[in-house]
Design a protein around this ligand. Structure first.
Ligand SMILES: NC(=O)c1ccc[n+]([C@@H]2O[C@H](COP(=O)([O-])OP(=O)(O)OC[C@H]3O[C@@H](n4cnc5c(N)ncnc54)[C@H](O)[C@@H]3O)[C@@H](O)[C@H]2O)c1
Ligand SMILES: O=C(O)C[C@H](O)C(=O)O
Length: 311
């Protein structure tokens, strides 16, 4: 098993470190355009192997895609992060070109790889990678829902004073402030959430989840990396271990949820073949309206991508 992570910045390095600590690969290649960065971080990571007890050989390279050849899973995190005052959509002008050129290099050297996009604006960058790669859509998808549900679950655990392990939740839609946490599909060890929390508290948690990325950007001056890196690594684990995990993933819709030709967060089964199934849960009128609204927000960013005329 060979895995590549492109982008050795905050998210890419954290993701690679999680993959190594889970011992998911024989070989893990970290790539960055910045001379020496990936080499340095990979070496530093490999020096933790005797402490963290893993065998995954971590190697870093500067823009050398031959070193990534034959990767089975590739995570793309390259691209600029936002600063306070910016929206994720503001990153499109820079990140579309980065995602396009990186995807071309990845596909050239690892034509069979499953590709997970992390770069923002997530739903549209995933669409850009899909168009560039010309691969089947079950092999090209994006990471957002695992992160967004983790935020939602962690806030709920804190509010209820229970273990985050016991919170199961679903969240759908685009990776932006219109995302749709779904309390009706949230339980605490099987107990419907609404039996345990009052409406005001829940509403505040939903709003905090929707702007969870921005909360961290305002605190740190750049965007988050621990939870995003861990979330992408959890998706890699589901694939390489063929776990058939059910995760919210940014997936290509071809009629599911009444939508076509759009990447949007929906629950899927993730295994060795990538997205093995898109699960269509029943949504009530209010939930479907929120999902449609989120899809409209993604479409408005897709329009910007269209106007760039690069794909
Ligand atoms: N999907 C999500 O939930 C999620 C979560 C967090 C961050 N992100 C996004 O992930 C991206 C990375 O965030 P970060 O905090 O790691 O940023 P960062 O600046 O720390 O790292 C980005 C890295 O990409 C590298 N890079 C730029 N162009 C490249 C290229 N052509 N080839 C290879 N490497 C290249 C840079 O040198 C840098 O090291 C951002 O777009 C951010 O918005 C998405
Ligand atoms: O908020 C961001 O810009 C980064 C990422 O999408 C996140 O949700 O942490």
């Amino acid at each position: 098993m060979k895995i590549t992570v492109v982008g050795a910045g905050n998210v890419g390095a954290t993701c690679a470190n999680c993959i190594a600590q889970k011992d998911l690969a024989n070989e893990l290649v970290l790539v960055d355009i910045k001379e020496g960065l990936a080499e340095g971080k990979a070496l530093d990571m490999w020096e933790t192997s005797p402490i963290n007890y893993y065998d995954t050989r971590v190697k870093g390279v500067t823009n050398d895609y031959e070193a990534t050849a034959g990767s089975e899973v590739v995570v793309i995190t390259s691209g600029i992060p936002r600063k306070p005052g910016m929206s994720r959509a503001d990153l499109i002008a820079t990140n579309a070109g980065i995602v396009k050129s990186v995807t071309e290099n990845v596909v050239k050297h690892s034509p069979d790889a499953i590709i997970i996009i992390v770069s923002n604006p997530l739903d549209v960058m995933t669409y850009a990678a899909y168009l560039t790669s010309k691969k089947a859509s079950n092999k090209v998808f994006g990471m957002a829902g695992v992160l967004d549900t983790a935020r939602y679950r962690s806030f709920l655990a804190e509010a209820l004073d229970v273990s985050p392990k016991d919170i199961q939740a679903l969240l759908m839609g685009g990776h932006g402030d219109t995302m749709v946490p779904l309390p009706r599909y949230t339980t605490v060890s099987g107990i419907p959430l609404k039996e345990l929390i009052d409406d005001d508290k829940l509403e505040a948690i939903i709003e905090r989840t929707k702007t969870g990325g921005g909360e961290l950007v305002n605190l740190m001056g750049t965007s988050a990396w621990y939870a995003p890196g861990a979330a992408a690594a959890q998706m890699v684990e589901a694939i390489v271990r063929d776990q058939k995990r059910i995760f919210p993933v940014c997936a290509y819709l071809n009629g599911e949820y009444g939508m076509k030709d759009i990447y949007l967060g929906v629950p899927v089964k993730l295994g060795r073949n990538g997205i093995e199934e898109i699960i269509e849960v029943k949504l009530n009128e209010e939930e479907k309206a929120l999902l449609d609204n989120s899809a409209e927000a993604v479409k408005s960013v897709m329009k910007v991508l269209d106007e760039m005329d690069m794909f």
